[in-house]
Design a protein around this ligand. Structure first.
Ligand code: UGA
Length: 450
């Protein structure tokens, strides 16, 4: 099918490239001259594993092309994705101006072409219930184009976006035009493995499905994070509990990993939005309030534990923070737990040395010279009184721990992601404090600070 993507940011580009890969003819519209130049020369403006190769492949085969001209891009389009920003306004409602502006530009171009065929306009943005209906009514009033708006919430994860897009668990389409539903079913034909995974509903249900999915996932994590308090009190192991409950097919194993809190550009924002849309509906959503409170506490509890177990005053201690990105395989630090952890450490008078495999430049913009930035984790740990691991980069699990232990001022590791091996920690002489799991506490080879 002929597809146009308006806005080649993160979601737009991943969607466009994946649709091109499945055989559709895709035209991406990008108004930012710098980004467009990069795309035209085959460069990928964002870091996402697998995306660059797929972009090059689909561009070389001619399945995807890029332009800044909406009119030429929508000429043959059957489906047009609006992948533009939908930032929240100060009062918590969504700023519709980009969506309406892009939608109107598309519809005006279609009206001029005078085609009698239906064009489906797809909104992938996470937007409050009622937004797609408003956009639909706005476009119907403002233009003569024969269009139907559908909501198609995005469920892909940063770091695995290409795989998530090519092998989705389900595809949700909200709207009220049966013809548009049929077009979307045809568009996603190669991605729909079982018919029940293609789910159609009204706009509001699709919009709320997205918030419900992210809030449910955030709730699972917060539930397990709250369990770590009980585990630490009673000497239980949260990893055993994760396996014990995750093997119940009614519960399932995903998103039950405890740690020093969730972050990213989605969970914190969407759970907060649930709180807001609940208030708007006239009630206080106790459940989403609890998810947020637990997540905030979890980050603080991590630093409280560092302070308690350090064996010396935190003021004047040096802590090496390993991991700044909100999760592994991304340079994204938005709402990352490391931000709170570093802030608390600095507030309490500690010196911070930090390392990350991709997120360091972004974090530098936040903390500047308040933090010592280290090129590798071994350098960060050298001379430190403890390591606080905040992101589960797999590289951290295979470091030369014997050397690290020997060069730290005190060999103590606080594992905020439960990703290190406790036997390796013990054998290399560390005090090891995971979250919600029994610690390794052994005689410390205490060194005198010079
Ligand atoms: C999340 C959702 O997982 C996607 O389905 C959704 O499409 C996306 O938001 C979005 O709304 O755009 P993402 O934010 O990329 O994806 O990252 P996740 O892999 O979900 O991780 C979010 C946070 O939860 C990270 O800080 C991660 O460390 C944490 N997490 C995840 C845990 O603490 N425990 C877990 O078991 C899983």
């Amino acid at each position: 099918m002929d597809v146009t993507i308006i806005g080649c940011g993160y979601v737009g580009l991943v969607t466009g490239v994946c649709l091109a890969h499945t055989g559709h003819t895709v035209r991406g519209v990008e108004k930012d001259a710098k980004k467009l130049k990069m795309l035209l020369s085959g460069e990928c403006p964002i870091f996402e594993p697998g995306l660059h190769d797929l972009l090059r492949e689909t561009q070389q085969s001619g399945q995807i092309t890029f332009t800044d001209n909406v009119k030429s891009a929508v000429k043959d389009a059957e489906v047009v994705y609006l992948c533009v920003g939908t930032p929240p306004k100060a009062d918590g409602t969504v700023d519709m101006s980009f969506l309406e502006g892009a939608g109107k530009e598309v519809c005006d171009a279609l009206a001029e072409l005078n085609t009698e065929f239906l064009t489906t306009i797809v909104v992938k943005s996470t937007v409050p219930a009622g937004t797609n209906r408003k956009l639909h009514n706005f476009l119907k009033q403002q233009t003569k184009a024969n269009v139907a708006v559908v909501s198609n919430p995005e469920f892909l994860k940063e770091g695995t976006a290409v795989a998530d897009c090519l092998r989705p668990d389900r595809i949700v389409i909200g709207g009220e035009s049966p013809e548009a539903f049929r077009m979307m079913r045809r568009l996603y034909d190669t991605l729909v493995e079982q018919e029940e995974n293609f789910i159609t509903m009204n706009w509001e249900s699709a919009e709320l499905t997205k918030y419900a999915a992210n809030s449910m996932l955030a709730a699972r994590i917060s539930f397990m994070n709250e369990m770590t308090i009980l585990c630490e009190h009673y000497g239980a192991d949260v990893e055993d509990i994760r396996k014990g409950i995750g093997s119940d097919s009614r519960i399932g194993p995903a998103f039950l990993r405890a740690g020093c809190g969730y972050g990213g550009s989605c969970f914190p924002k969407d759970v907060a939005a649930m709180e807001h849309i609940s208030k708007h509906a006239g009630y206080d959503n106790l459940f989403v309030n609890a998810i947020q409170t637990v997540n905030k506490n979890q980050k603080k509890r991590f630093v409280d534990k560092i302070q308690e177990k350090l064996g010396r005053p935190i003021k004047d201690a040096t802590i090496a923070v390993w991991g700044l990105a909100f999760k592994a395989d991304t340079d994204d630090i938005r709402e990352s737990s490391a931000i709170d952890v570093i802030t608390y450490l600095l507030e309490r008078g500690a010196s911070v040395k930090a390392h990350d495999y991709k997120g360091m430049d972004n974090m530098k913009q936040l903390f500047g010279d308040k933090v010592e930035w280290c090129a590798d984790p071994v350098t960060a740990a050298a001379g430190a009184d403890a390591v606080a691991l905040c992101t589960d980069w797999p590289q951290y699990t295979t470091l030369p721990f014997r050397k690290i232990s020997a060069t730290m001022n005190m060999p103590i590791i606080f594992d905020g992601r439960n990703c290190l091996n406790r036997d390796v920690m013990r054998e290399n002489g560390f005090q090891y404090y995971p979250i919600g799991r029994p610690p390794v506490e052994q005689h410390l080879r205490l060194k005198q600070r010079v």
